[in-house]
Design a protein around this ligand. Structure first.
Ligand SMILES: Cc1ncc(COP(=O)(O)O)c(C=O)c1O
Length: 315
Protein backbone atom coordinates (compact mmCIF):
# COMPACT_ATOMS: atom_id res chain seq x y z
CA UNK A 1 0.00 0.00 0.00
CA UNK A 2 2.98 2.27 0.52
CA UNK A 3 4.48 1.44 -2.84
CA UNK A 4 7.35 -0.48 -1.28
CA UNK A 5 8.28 -3.61 -3.20
CA UNK A 6 8.75 -6.71 -1.04
CA UNK A 7 11.80 -8.80 -1.88
CA UNK A 8 11.73 -12.29 -0.45
CA UNK A 9 14.61 -14.20 1.11
CA UNK A 10 14.16 -17.95 1.53
CA UNK A 11 13.79 -19.70 4.87
CA UNK A 12 15.94 -22.13 6.81
CA UNK A 13 13.61 -25.14 6.86
CA UNK A 14 15.04 -26.45 10.14
CA UNK A 15 14.01 -23.31 12.06
CA UNK A 16 11.18 -22.21 9.70
CA UNK A 17 12.70 -18.67 9.88
CA UNK A 18 14.15 -16.29 7.29
CA UNK A 19 17.67 -17.50 6.49
CA UNK A 20 20.20 -14.68 7.15
CA UNK A 21 22.56 -16.26 4.59
CA UNK A 22 19.94 -15.58 1.91
CA UNK A 23 19.37 -11.93 2.82
CA UNK A 24 22.61 -10.25 1.79
CA UNK A 25 22.48 -11.36 -1.84
CA UNK A 26 19.08 -9.64 -2.15
CA UNK A 27 20.30 -6.20 -1.06
CA UNK A 28 20.52 -3.57 -3.82
CA UNK A 29 20.96 0.24 -3.76
CA UNK A 30 17.15 0.43 -3.69
CA UNK A 31 16.86 -1.55 -0.46
CA UNK A 32 15.58 0.46 2.51
CA UNK A 33 14.69 -2.01 5.24
CA UNK A 34 14.88 -5.61 6.36
CA UNK A 35 11.67 -7.02 7.78
CA UNK A 36 12.29 -10.32 9.57
CA UNK A 37 9.14 -12.13 10.67
CA UNK A 38 9.43 -14.21 13.84
CA UNK A 39 7.08 -16.64 12.22
CA UNK A 40 5.14 -19.07 14.44
CA UNK A 41 6.45 -17.19 17.47
CA UNK A 42 9.95 -18.69 17.09
CA UNK A 43 12.71 -16.05 17.03
CA UNK A 44 14.50 -15.33 13.77
CA UNK A 45 18.29 -15.05 13.90
CA UNK A 46 18.33 -11.37 14.93
CA UNK A 47 22.02 -11.23 15.84
CA UNK A 48 23.01 -12.16 12.28
CA UNK A 49 20.28 -9.97 10.75
CA UNK A 50 21.31 -6.88 12.76
CA UNK A 51 24.91 -7.35 11.61
CA UNK A 52 23.80 -7.39 7.98
CA UNK A 53 21.61 -4.32 8.53
CA UNK A 54 24.47 -2.43 10.16
CA UNK A 55 26.87 -3.29 7.37
CA UNK A 56 24.43 -2.00 4.73
CA UNK A 57 23.00 0.87 6.78
CA UNK A 58 19.44 -0.48 6.64
CA UNK A 59 16.66 -0.12 9.16
CA UNK A 60 15.08 -3.25 10.63
CA UNK A 61 11.37 -3.57 11.39
CA UNK A 62 10.65 -6.80 13.26
CA UNK A 63 7.34 -8.50 12.65
CA UNK A 64 6.91 -9.94 16.12
CA UNK A 65 3.15 -10.27 15.57
CA UNK A 66 3.28 -13.91 16.71
CA UNK A 67 6.18 -13.59 19.15
CA UNK A 68 5.12 -11.84 22.37
CA UNK A 69 7.70 -12.54 25.15
CA UNK A 70 10.05 -14.48 22.87
CA UNK A 71 13.73 -13.84 23.63
CA UNK A 72 17.23 -14.09 22.21
CA UNK A 73 19.95 -14.08 24.87
CA UNK A 74 17.24 -12.85 27.32
CA UNK A 75 16.47 -9.81 25.14
CA UNK A 76 12.89 -9.65 23.87
CA UNK A 77 12.28 -9.92 20.15
CA UNK A 78 10.83 -6.73 18.76
CA UNK A 79 13.55 -4.75 20.58
CA UNK A 80 16.45 -5.48 18.22
CA UNK A 81 15.47 -3.33 15.26
CA UNK A 82 14.10 0.19 14.92
CA UNK A 83 10.64 -1.15 15.71
CA UNK A 84 8.78 -4.28 16.70
CA UNK A 85 5.18 -4.97 15.66
CA UNK A 86 2.73 -7.10 17.64
CA UNK A 87 -0.73 -8.36 16.78
CA UNK A 88 -3.73 -8.97 19.04
CA UNK A 89 -5.95 -10.30 16.26
CA UNK A 90 -8.28 -13.11 17.25
CA UNK A 91 -6.10 -16.19 16.72
CA UNK A 92 -3.22 -14.73 18.70
CA UNK A 93 -1.84 -15.58 22.14
CA UNK A 94 -3.35 -12.27 23.37
CA UNK A 95 -6.54 -12.06 21.29
CA UNK A 96 -8.70 -8.98 21.56
CA UNK A 97 -10.70 -8.97 18.33
CA UNK A 98 -8.47 -6.80 16.20
CA UNK A 99 -5.57 -4.53 17.02
CA UNK A 100 -1.85 -4.36 17.48
CA UNK A 101 1.06 -2.45 18.93
CA UNK A 102 4.33 -1.00 17.74
CA UNK A 103 7.31 -0.55 20.04
CA UNK A 104 10.48 1.47 19.49
CA UNK A 105 13.14 3.39 21.41
CA UNK A 106 13.05 6.09 18.76
CA UNK A 107 10.70 8.87 19.97
CA UNK A 108 10.43 10.60 16.63
CA UNK A 109 9.47 7.36 14.92
CA UNK A 110 6.87 6.63 17.61
CA UNK A 111 5.40 10.12 17.23
CA UNK A 112 4.94 9.47 13.53
CA UNK A 113 3.31 6.11 14.27
CA UNK A 114 0.96 7.74 16.76
CA UNK A 115 0.08 10.54 14.40
CA UNK A 116 -0.44 8.07 11.52
CA UNK A 117 -2.93 6.01 13.53
CA UNK A 118 -4.84 9.13 14.60
CA UNK A 119 -5.75 10.96 11.36
CA UNK A 120 -2.21 12.35 11.04
CA UNK A 121 -2.98 14.82 13.81
CA UNK A 122 -0.07 16.61 15.51
CA UNK A 123 1.72 14.50 18.08
CA UNK A 124 5.09 15.17 19.71
CA UNK A 125 7.59 15.89 16.97
CA UNK A 126 4.79 15.78 14.35
CA UNK A 127 4.20 19.47 14.89
CA UNK A 128 1.14 21.45 13.89
CA UNK A 129 -1.22 24.10 15.20
CA UNK A 130 -3.65 22.98 17.91
CA UNK A 131 -6.92 22.27 16.09
CA UNK A 132 -5.05 22.64 12.81
CA UNK A 133 -6.06 19.17 11.58
CA UNK A 134 -4.02 16.48 9.88
CA UNK A 135 -0.32 17.19 9.37
CA UNK A 136 0.48 13.97 7.58
CA UNK A 137 -1.42 11.26 5.81
CA UNK A 138 -3.09 9.17 8.49
CA UNK A 139 -5.66 6.52 9.31
CA UNK A 140 -8.20 5.98 12.04
CA UNK A 141 -6.93 2.52 12.95
CA UNK A 142 -7.43 3.04 16.65
CA UNK A 143 -8.05 0.63 19.49
CA UNK A 144 -11.07 1.10 21.69
CA UNK A 145 -10.80 1.14 25.48
CA UNK A 146 -12.94 -2.01 25.61
CA UNK A 147 -10.42 -3.93 23.55
CA UNK A 148 -7.52 -2.57 25.60
CA UNK A 149 -9.22 -3.77 28.79
CA UNK A 150 -9.53 -7.30 27.33
CA UNK A 151 -5.85 -7.30 26.36
CA UNK A 152 -4.66 -5.91 29.69
CA UNK A 153 -6.48 -8.66 31.58
CA UNK A 154 -4.69 -11.23 29.45
CA UNK A 155 -1.29 -9.59 29.90
CA UNK A 156 -1.42 -10.58 33.57
CA UNK A 157 -1.29 -14.29 32.65
CA UNK A 158 0.87 -14.07 29.53
CA UNK A 159 4.14 -14.79 31.32
CA UNK A 160 2.86 -17.98 32.97
CA UNK A 161 1.17 -19.14 29.78
CA UNK A 162 4.37 -18.54 27.83
CA UNK A 163 6.27 -20.70 30.31
CA UNK A 164 3.66 -23.45 29.96
CA UNK A 165 3.81 -23.31 26.16
CA UNK A 166 7.63 -23.52 26.23
CA UNK A 167 7.58 -26.50 28.62
CA UNK A 168 4.90 -28.37 26.70
CA UNK A 169 6.53 -27.63 23.34
CA UNK A 170 9.87 -29.01 24.57
CA UNK A 171 8.08 -32.06 25.99
CA UNK A 172 6.11 -32.71 22.79
CA UNK A 173 9.24 -32.21 20.70
CA UNK A 174 11.19 -34.72 22.81
CA UNK A 175 8.45 -37.31 22.27
CA UNK A 176 7.73 -36.89 18.55
CA UNK A 177 11.30 -36.41 17.33
CA UNK A 178 11.77 -40.13 17.95
CA UNK A 179 9.01 -40.98 15.45
CA UNK A 180 10.48 -41.72 11.98
CA UNK A 181 9.43 -39.05 9.48
CA UNK A 182 8.67 -36.35 12.06
CA UNK A 183 11.18 -33.49 12.26
CA UNK A 184 10.13 -30.87 14.81
CA UNK A 185 11.24 -27.20 14.69
CA UNK A 186 14.73 -26.25 15.79
CA UNK A 187 15.41 -23.09 17.82
CA UNK A 188 18.61 -21.10 17.23
CA UNK A 189 21.16 -21.73 20.01
CA UNK A 190 20.81 -18.21 21.44
CA UNK A 191 17.02 -18.44 21.88
CA UNK A 192 16.17 -18.28 25.58
CA UNK A 193 12.40 -18.35 25.14
CA UNK A 194 9.91 -18.72 22.29
CA UNK A 195 6.25 -17.71 22.08
CA UNK A 196 4.98 -20.84 20.30
CA UNK A 197 2.06 -19.20 18.64
CA UNK A 198 2.29 -22.41 16.66
CA UNK A 199 4.18 -25.66 17.08
CA UNK A 200 5.62 -26.69 13.71
CA UNK A 201 7.12 -29.90 12.50
CA UNK A 202 8.12 -31.28 9.12
CA UNK A 203 6.32 -34.33 7.80
CA UNK A 204 8.51 -36.62 5.69
CA UNK A 205 6.17 -38.85 3.76
CA UNK A 206 8.98 -41.22 2.70
CA UNK A 207 8.97 -42.53 6.27
CA UNK A 208 5.18 -42.84 6.24
CA UNK A 209 5.02 -45.33 3.33
CA UNK A 210 4.64 -42.39 0.92
CA UNK A 211 1.34 -41.32 2.55
CA UNK A 212 0.43 -37.79 1.52
CA UNK A 213 0.48 -34.95 4.04
CA UNK A 214 -3.24 -34.41 3.39
CA UNK A 215 -4.04 -37.94 4.57
CA UNK A 216 -1.72 -37.57 7.55
CA UNK A 217 -3.62 -34.43 8.57
CA UNK A 218 -6.98 -36.13 8.12
CA UNK A 219 -5.84 -39.01 10.30
CA UNK A 220 -4.46 -36.67 12.96
CA UNK A 221 -7.71 -34.69 13.03
CA UNK A 222 -9.64 -37.95 13.29
CA UNK A 223 -7.54 -38.76 16.37
CA UNK A 224 -8.84 -35.49 17.87
CA UNK A 225 -5.77 -33.31 17.27
CA UNK A 226 -6.55 -30.04 15.45
CA UNK A 227 -3.79 -29.39 12.89
CA UNK A 228 -3.12 -27.55 9.65
CA UNK A 229 -0.71 -27.22 6.75
CA UNK A 230 -0.09 -23.57 7.59
CA UNK A 231 0.33 -20.75 5.12
CA UNK A 232 0.68 -20.73 1.36
CA UNK A 233 3.78 -19.13 -0.20
CA UNK A 234 3.59 -15.36 0.34
CA UNK A 235 5.91 -14.62 -2.58
CA UNK A 236 3.45 -16.17 -5.04
CA UNK A 237 0.29 -14.42 -4.03
CA UNK A 238 -1.71 -12.64 -6.73
CA UNK A 239 -1.72 -9.32 -4.84
CA UNK A 240 1.84 -8.70 -6.06
CA UNK A 241 0.92 -8.63 -9.74
CA UNK A 242 -2.10 -6.55 -8.86
CA UNK A 243 -0.04 -4.00 -6.94
CA UNK A 244 2.51 -3.76 -9.76
CA UNK A 245 -0.30 -2.72 -12.12
CA UNK A 246 -1.38 0.15 -9.86
CA UNK A 247 -0.73 3.76 -10.86
CA UNK A 248 1.37 4.20 -7.74
CA UNK A 249 3.82 1.43 -8.65
CA UNK A 250 3.91 2.44 -12.30
CA UNK A 251 4.98 5.93 -11.28
CA UNK A 252 7.70 4.74 -8.96
CA UNK A 253 9.40 1.83 -10.70
CA UNK A 254 11.00 1.28 -14.08
CA UNK A 255 8.86 -0.94 -16.29
CA UNK A 256 11.18 -3.95 -16.14
CA UNK A 257 10.94 -4.07 -12.33
CA UNK A 258 7.16 -4.45 -12.64
CA UNK A 259 7.40 -7.45 -14.94
CA UNK A 260 5.78 -10.07 -12.71
CA UNK A 261 7.48 -13.02 -14.45
CA UNK A 262 10.87 -11.45 -13.92
CA UNK A 263 9.93 -10.64 -10.33
CA UNK A 264 8.76 -14.21 -9.66
CA UNK A 265 11.99 -15.56 -11.10
CA UNK A 266 14.07 -13.35 -8.78
CA UNK A 267 11.94 -14.08 -5.73
CA UNK A 268 11.87 -17.85 -5.76
CA UNK A 269 12.01 -19.47 -2.33
CA UNK A 270 12.23 -23.23 -2.93
CA UNK A 271 12.83 -24.14 0.72
CA UNK A 272 9.74 -22.22 1.76
CA UNK A 273 7.73 -23.78 -1.07
CA UNK A 274 8.66 -27.25 0.16
CA UNK A 275 7.46 -26.36 3.66
CA UNK A 276 4.22 -24.84 2.42
CA UNK A 277 3.40 -27.36 -0.29
CA UNK A 278 4.68 -30.63 1.17
CA UNK A 279 6.14 -30.77 4.65
CA UNK A 280 4.87 -28.27 7.23
CA UNK A 281 2.38 -29.31 9.87
CA UNK A 282 1.25 -26.83 12.51
CA UNK A 283 -0.41 -27.31 15.86
CA UNK A 284 -1.89 -24.17 17.35
CA UNK A 285 -0.79 -22.49 20.58
CA UNK A 286 -3.86 -23.40 22.63
CA UNK A 287 -2.95 -27.11 22.47
CA UNK A 288 0.25 -26.23 24.31
CA UNK A 289 -1.73 -24.99 27.31
CA UNK A 290 -3.09 -28.49 27.89
CA UNK A 291 -2.14 -31.00 30.58
CA UNK A 292 0.89 -33.26 30.06
CA UNK A 293 -1.44 -36.24 29.53
CA UNK A 294 -3.00 -34.42 26.55
CA UNK A 295 0.44 -33.79 25.12
CA UNK A 296 1.13 -37.52 25.55
CA UNK A 297 -2.06 -38.18 23.57
CA UNK A 298 -0.88 -35.96 20.68
CA UNK A 299 2.41 -37.85 20.50
CA UNK A 300 0.59 -41.19 20.75
CA UNK A 301 -1.74 -40.19 17.90
CA UNK A 302 1.19 -39.36 15.60
CA UNK A 303 2.92 -42.59 16.55
CA UNK A 304 -0.25 -44.58 15.84
CA UNK A 305 -0.55 -43.02 12.37
CA UNK A 306 3.10 -43.79 11.66
CA UNK A 307 2.66 -47.44 12.62
CA UNK A 308 -0.51 -47.75 10.52
CA UNK A 309 0.63 -45.75 7.51
CA UNK A 310 0.46 -48.70 5.13
CA UNK A 311 -3.25 -49.16 5.95
CA UNK A 312 -4.05 -45.45 5.85
CA UNK A 313 -2.14 -44.29 2.81
CA UNK A 314 -4.79 -45.20 0.25
CA UNK A 315 -7.92 -44.00 2.05
C1 LIG B 1 3.27 -12.71 11.33
C2 LIG B 1 2.12 -11.75 11.26
N1 LIG B 1 2.34 -10.51 10.76
C3 LIG B 1 1.36 -9.60 10.68
C4 LIG B 1 0.08 -9.90 11.11
C5 LIG B 1 -0.97 -8.85 10.98
O1 LIG B 1 -1.42 -8.46 12.22
P1 LIG B 1 -2.88 -7.80 12.35
O2 LIG B 1 -3.87 -8.87 11.97
O3 LIG B 1 -2.98 -7.43 13.80
O4 LIG B 1 -2.90 -6.64 11.43
C6 LIG B 1 -0.21 -11.18 11.61
C7 LIG B 1 -1.54 -11.61 12.06
O5 LIG B 1 -2.60 -11.24 11.75
C8 LIG B 1 0.84 -12.12 11.68
O6 LIG B 1 0.62 -13.34 12.16
Amino acid sequence: MNGAMPVFADVDPATFQIDPKKIEQKITPRTRAIMPVHILGLPADMVAIMEIAKKHNLIVIEDACQAWMAEINRKKVGTFGLAGCFSFQNSKNIPMGEGGAIISDNDEYMDRCFSYHNFGYPYGSVVGAFGGGSQMLGTKVRLTEYQAAIALAQLARLDDETTTRNENAAYLKSKIEKIPGIVPYKLYDNVTRAAFHLFPFRYKKEQFQGMSRAIFLRALSAEGVPCSIGYTSLNKMPYLGHAFQSKNFKKMYPKEMLDINRYNEANQCPENDRLCDEEAVWLSQNLLLAEKTDIDNIAAAIDKIQKNASKLKNI
